[in-house]
Design a protein around this ligand. Structure first.
Ligand code: PMP
Ligand code: GLN
Length: 383
């Protein structure tokens, strides 16, 4: 299903990272930071490993992490969760997405409605589940959905409205109106909202608003996040999902046969991270925002038209003015010609919708300022 050529097709991230390594280009493709996360969190992992936390953790997650997730959701959003029944720790957000979709949908009669462009695993897991993916385009300016298009996409066949806010790859943050409409539509059509909020602490224009905090949303919302982005530890793959106990039971039923459990010693370390003072979280967003600004200046000077993000790791830029009207071809050449790697937005859309996003390129801004400055210089010189 996922491998029409008969071979394991690399993900777009693996493909571009390999190209960047081969050409020694600066890799602004795959989104991972080039600096380690907070020392307290790294130390806590070391202490857990040396302290013997190296065997299978409990199926739902280490109790201290479940407690820390509940405390975090109360501190930042006023959400009240039962750590024993309403949360499951997963192998990154990736497993949470997979377990949630596989638990909720059941074959070709079911539909998953998703905004497009979308994070690559969404379509892959939809394919594994057998459900039909129905897309609602995000459009410029602002990469927002059209409320009428959203309304007509959600029918009684819709089992899941899959949301990602702040959004990868566009950097969009949903408006309050669209969030409220999603909740209304979920009620009208008896759908579940699965919301991927891995960039919750990297929102630049306003504090993040989880859909689960909206009136009447909690009873039908599964919220996903991950330590990877917040604490710059993408390789640890500690994610979590929370929601009503009966939905979480269904998710856990799937998760226990995907990975069973994961990341024993990293779980207490992430608990320590989630308990860091507010200043840590605010500073992380501010620092990343400054990196986006630096990147935007470099891209603009190089002739791109930048669409500044409201959150997340990525800046999208239009390359049409500098010969990138076919961004897929442009991104294949960019590492060789300019020594910089980036990802075309067409990698995040269904093949039949590529035309609408043809000239757009995604750049990761989660890199040290000197790396962004060097990438900018290379881009400025290559035209
Ligand atoms: N969802 C989105 C929107 C992402 O950007 C990513 C990571 N790039 C993930 C999920 C996967 O997160 P994790 O590494 O925690 O599995
Ligand atoms: N989430 C990262 C990105 O969007 C990469 C994750 C991956 O390689 N699967 O770039």
């Amino acid at each position: 299903l996922l491998s029409p050529s008969g071979e394991v097709a690399p993900t777009i991230f693996a493909e571009i990272s390999a190209l960047a390594a081969r050409t020694r280009a600066i890799n602004l493709g795959q989104g991972f930071p080039d600096e380690d996360g907070p020392a307290e969190v790294l130390e806590a992992a070391r202490a857990a490993i040396l302290g013997g936390a190296n065997q299978y953790p409990p199926g739902r997650g280490v109790p201290d992490l479940l407690q820390a997730i509940a405390e975090h959701q109360r501190r930042f959003y006023g959400l009240e969760l039962d750590p024993e029944r309403e949360i499951v720790v997963t192998a990154g957000a990736t497993e949470a997405i997979a377990a949630a979709l596989l638990a909720l949908v059941d074959g070709p009669e079911d539909e998953i409605v998703v905004f497009e462009p979308f994070y690559d695993s969404y379509a892959a897991i939809a394919a594994l589940s057998g459900a039909r993916l129905r897309t609602v385009p995000l459009r410029l300016p602002g990469f927002q959905p059209d409320p009428d298009e959203l309304a007509s996409a959600v029918t009684d066949r819709c089992r899941v409205i899959l949301v990602n806010d702040p959004h990868n790859p566009t950097g969009a943050v949903l408006s309050d109106e669209i969030r409220a409409q999603i909740v209304r539509l979920a009620h009208e059509h008896d759908a579940i909202i699965v919301t991927d909020e891995v960039y919750e602490h990297l929102a630049f224009t306003a504090p993040h608003v989880p859909i689960a905090t909206l009136p009447d949303a909690g009873e039908r919302t599964l919220t996903i996040s991950s330590a990877g982005k917040t604490f710059s530890v993408t390789g640890w793959k500690i994610g979590w999902i929370h929601g009503p106990a009966e939905l979480i039971t269904a998710v856990l039923s799937v998760k226990q046969f995907l990975t069973y459990v994961n990341g024993g010693p990293f779980q207490p370390a992430v608990a320590a991270g989630l308990r860091l003072p507010d200043a840590f979280f605010l500073d992380a967003a501010e620092r990343l925002h400054a990196k986006h600004d630096l990147l935007a200046r470099g891209l603009t000077a190089a002739g791109f038209e930048v669409h500044p993000p409201a959150g997340g790791y990525f800046t999208v830029a239009d390359a049409c003015a500098i010969g990138g009207a076919d961004a897929a071809a442009f991104c294949r050449e960019l590492p060789v010609r300019a020594g910089v790697a980036a990802i075309p937005l067409t990698a995040f859309v269904l093949p039949e919708h590529r035309d609408a996003y043809r000239g757009l390129v995604r750049f990761a801004a989660c890199k040290r300022p000197e790396v962004i400055a060097e990438a900018s210089e290379r881009l400025a010189g290559f035209r």
